[in-house]
Design a protein around this ligand. Structure first.
Ligand code: IMP
Length: 193
């Protein structure tokens, strides 16, 4: 079976991707004994995804893909963007991040936003990128208990509930991450191998 590294230790992401790639043995960073703090110092999702995948391929000589995601809010000129996880500072605190977004959007009528995921794949020495997005709006207060991160304040276009009020399956079927993973899977399952 084809073996490929997914540069993550996030159990949820691994499970989701493994289910979509039955012909591959998808292994995590822990599975290959990588416990390094891989730098994510780029200023774009593409840059950070590429940094992580390149790190693994260079150090371990293995084909690898990695993802980087975040929330872009138009009225905040695209913030928090690549700083989504640490928008309200260290350590990562999703409640504080949400509070900060709601504070900065107080009285703002343009609440358009999108989640973005970029997956970088390095296969046989070649780099490929897959992008997934989902457009939506930022609510004025939190709603729902599911999901993580900014889910309680993000309402995808075409729905009147937030990501935090959706089932995981429903969210994956329309989400930025789901869309990017679908493109990766399509590529890996095609003749490019
Ligand atoms: P990551 O690159 O997937 O780890 O995402 C970085 C940060 O973006 C997370 O810590 C969250 O703050 C935010 N984020 C990414 N995807 C989602 C999502 O699906 N829902 C809510 N927040 C997300």
């Amino acid at each position: 079976m084809n073996r490929i590294v997914f540069a993550t230790n996030n159990a949820h992401k691994l499970e989701e991707v493994r289910a979509l790639l039955p012909d591959y043995e998808v292994v995590s960073l822990a599975d290959i004994g990588c416990y390094d703090d891989i730098p994510e110092t780029a200023t774009t999702f593409y840059g950070n995804a590429a940094l992580k995948a390149n790190y693994v391929t260079t150090k371990y000589g293995l084909d690898c893909f990695s993802d980087d995601s975040g929330l872009e809010i138009d009225a905040l000129n695209g913030a928090p963007g690549v700083f989504s996880a640490r928008f309200a500072g260290e350590p990562v605190d999703h409640d504080n991040n949400i509070r900060k977004v709601l504070e900065e959007l107080k009285g703002v009528t343009n609440r358009n936003a999108r989640f973005i995921t970029v997956i970088a794949l390095i296969r046989n020495g070649e780099s490929y990128f897959f992008e997934g997005t989902v457009e939506g709006t930022i609510r004025t207060e939190k709603s729902g208990e599911g999901g993580f991160g900014y889910d309680p304040i993000f309402q995808p276009n075409g729905y009147d509930i937030t990501f935090a009020e959706m089932s995981q399956d429903k969210k994956s079927s329309i989400s930025h991450r789901g869309n990017a993973v679908k493109k990766l899977v399509q590529f890996l399952e095609s003749d490019h191998i």
